[in-house]
Design a protein around this ligand. Structure first.
Ligand code: ZN
Length: 354
């Protein structure tokens, strides 16, 4: 568990907005290279690892299973350095402008510290929520010339939040960090690679998920798998509710991996649903189902390549995703590793029919 926590810590602290995943890719590559038979990086920047089936699996053709976890996180792109040294920016991926004022960010590859500036409440008209166009990143520069030495149009910024252990209790071990969507999935995928399975395993650490599942589409086309599982850090909305509120939670923290039956990008393959259900039952792993209709994941792209790929998504619940700081329960993360590993030992062609 400490190993998994340390992995998540390093992944979370690395900076990798969509289109600039290099730092995360280098970290993952160095870690997994000794565990796999081959790694390659494609033109998009996807890192694809291959681990052949164990000897007990028998002769080819063996089942080709793909796991996908996206390396990118939501962030910002600098669009202009203003005369006053303030940086105009746009969001890269889905960010709620209400979460931004006053938040610390790091700008560019040199990670210049800055703050997202917004009109102070004293000056703004009370009810109007500032949009991204009202905000600027302030790196403390005296003017555009000074700012230009540290940041330019096209540079990225990401949240500066550092990983921390919040509650160090085996029954409820919670941690805080940025980019748990989807460094949680990356950590799970890396942990799964510690073992060999009776299938030929491809693990794609994908790029540009947050801007439209772009890397996964290309990676899946290359791998052309028989089945796929996308690994995610997903919405967890278990804040206190009003007593009379009757709203289905998307997921709850501490209730185990969340299996997607349907989201905006995918209707999960029924055989893959059965695979995860039967695996969870056999292994006595508590699972939950993500409330349908919300979000989209890499499997939304993967299931549509070539002649179609039986696909599903399984996710670790993360509170406050796409915001400067998220919280997750390491027991959920470890249970996701256990579920996916066991599913890879269990899967056979019987699960791939509808
Ligand atoms: Zn995600």
């Amino acid at each position: 568990m400490a190993e998994l926590r340390e992995l998540l810590e390093r992944l979370s602290n690395a900076h990798g907005p969509s289109g600039r995943e290099r730092a995360v890719r280098n970290l993952i590559r160095a870690e997994i290279e000794p565990l796999v038979d081959r790694v390659e990086v494609d033109a998009m920047g996807n890192l694809i690892a291959f681990k052949a089936a164990d000897a007990a699996a028998g002769a080819a053709p063996r089942l080709k299973v793909m796991l996908a976890a996206h390396m990118d996180e939501v962030g910002f792109m600098i669009t202009e350095v203003g005369k006053s040294g303030l940086l105009s920016f746009q969001a890269v991926g889905g960010v709620d402008a209400r979460t931004l004022p006053g938040k610390r960010v790091l700008v560019g590859d040199d990670q210049t510290p800055g703050v997202i500036g917004a009109p102070v409440p004293h000056l703004s008209d009370g009810d109007r929520v500032p949009g991204i166009e009202d905000l600027a990143i302030d790196i403390g520069a005296i003017d555009d010339k000074a700012a230009g030495g540290k940041a330019k149009a096209g540079d990225y910024a990401t949240f500066a939040t550092r990983f921390a252990v919040l509650h160090d209790d085996p029954a409820w071990p919670t941690v805080r960090g940025k980019a748990f969507d989807d460094r949680a999935g990356c950590a799970v995928a890396m942990a799964v690679l510690a073992e060999r399975y009776p299938v030929d395993l491809y693990v794609a650490f994908t790029v540009q998920e947050e801007v439209g599942l772009r890397g996964a589409r290309v990676a899946a086309y290359r791998v052309n798998p028989d089945a796929a599982i996308a690994l995610e850090g997903t919405i967890c909305d278990d804040l206190p509710q009003q007593p009379d509120e009757d709203v289905t939670r998307v997921t709850r923290m501490g209730h185990g991996p969340a299996i997607t039956l349907m989201d905006r990008s995918l209707l999960s393959h029924p055989g893959m649903v059965r695979l995860l259900q039967e695996t969870a039952a056999a292994e006595k792993i508590a699972v939950q189902y993500k409330a349908p209709g919300l979000g989209g994941t890499d499997s939304g792209a993967i299931h549509q390549v070539h002649a179609g790929v039986p696909s599903i998504t399984v996710a670790t619940p993360c509170r406050y995703i796409h915001s400067p700081a998220a919280i997750l329960n390491l027991n959920d993360l470890a249970a996701t590793v256990a579920l996916v590993s066991a599913a890879l030992r269990r899967i056979d062609r019987g699960y791939l029919t509808r």
